[in-house]
Design a protein around this ligand. Structure first.
Ligand code: FES
Ligand code: FE2
Length: 352
């Protein structure tokens, strides 16, 4: 089940250059490249002649030449050249609307007539902020996109999956959870009062005593997540809304864009950002490695989950057992309700 009438992240800006890049998004083969003026282009990656992916061909100016029989397709998908004959009317590939903003290249997977750049999620401006440090990457996950969103909507898992870095037992056992929805968005605040600091908070923030810690996760359809992490020395007043949006004395922001590749595989575009002074320059490389390790630790979990689902025919398409949920699943269940409702609306609009 994919939501189509949305902007998805197709690539980090630095992944796309002159050479064609092949990527499957929502089950559709797509080729990405940049024109001479730097503008990103996304075309259907399948020659309408004999099906060779255009990404296997070569650039001809701002166009792509098919590597099999030499048909040339311009950046708007229209064929401009067929060797030794006139261009037939059928010779074109789909061109996808693309927008580049703050290091993410977004692709519109729905009806191109409805591609409104004003709907591009504009929450990743930190990536271009010179006062912040960003470590980022792309993981290719052999797991469905909702398994990744689940993980990010239940951060109790830090206690079990990331206990060498961002988590410890108190994160799972001593959190007050404040859950809310606003339109299509799901928000989960976790506030932990007077808990021991997890390893990264000792290493980089220098805490030597208990802390108050908060995590705020925001899910935005179709599959964007923003998480703010903040801390203060224990004993301060309960953080108000403004404090929850800040990092307090030390913390970081986490960004995820989960773009389905297929029903059971995903592109995970991730970034961790922090105000520059929060990590000493000589410790930055180690911090970045730890953040990459966190992404990798989660990937191992998603892929094991997906294998278990694939092994059980009853679980396919039903990766949440309705009788097997716990209170911590509130956020992920709400996210699934949003996706199901939006999917129903898309199907209804398509039928009508
Ligand atoms: S397969 Fe592309 S030109 Fe023949
Ligand atoms: Fe995680």
């Amino acid at each position: 089940m994919f939501l189509r009438e949305h902007w998805y992240v197709a690539a980090w800006a630095e992944e796309i250059g002159e050479a064609p890049v092949a990527r499957v998004i929502l089950g559709e083969p797509i080729v990405l490249f940049r024109k001479a003026d730097g503008a990103p282009v996304a075309l259907e990656d399948r020659c309408p002649h004999r099906n060779l992916p255009l990404s296997a061909g070569r650039r001809r100016g701002d166009a792509l030449e098919c590597g099999y029989h030499g048909m040339v397709f311009a950046a708007d998908g229209v064929c401009t050249f067929v060797p030794n004959q006139a261009v037939p009317a059928w010779a074109r590939v789909r061109a996808y609307p693309v927008v580049e903003r703050d290091r993410w290249v977004f692709i519109w997977m729905g009806d191109p007539a409805r591609a409104d750049p004003a709907r591009v999620p504009g929450y990743n401006h930190r990536f271009a902020d010179p006062d912040w440090r960003v470590v980022n990457g792309k993981a290719t996950v052999k797991g469905g996109y909702r398994l990744i969103l689940d993980n990010l909507l239940d951060l109790s898992h830090l206690a079990y999956v990331h206990n060498s870095s961002t988590g410890n037992a108190a994160v799972a056992e001593r959190a007050e959870i404040i859950f809310s929805t606003e339109g299509d968005r799901v928000r989960q605040v976790r506030f932990m009062r007077d808990i021991p600091p997890a390893p990264v908070f000792v290493d980089y923030a220098g805490y030597d005593a208990n802390i108050d810690r908060w995590q705020t996760t925001l899910y935005m359809p179709p599959s964007y997540i923003f998480i703010n992490n903040g801390t203060l020395r224990a004993g301060n007043a309960r953080p108000d809304e403004a404090a929850l949006r800040s990092q307090g004395s030390w913390g970081f922001e986490v960004y995820h864009a989960i773009t389905p590749e297929t029903e059971a595989t995903s592109h995970q575009f991730w970034a961790v950002a922090h105000p520059a002074p929060f990590v000493a320059p000589e410790k930055l490389a180690r911090f970045n490695v730890q953040m990459r390790n966190v992404i990798e630790e989660d990937r191992v979990v998603y892929e094991a989950q997906q294998r278990a689902i694939d092994r059980d025919p009853d679980a396919i398409g039903r990766d949440v057992n309705p009788r097997g949920t716990i209170e911590a699943d509130q956020g992920l269940l709400a996210m699934r309700r949003v996706i199901r409702r939006l999917y129903g609306e898309e199907q209804k609009a398509a039928a009508g």
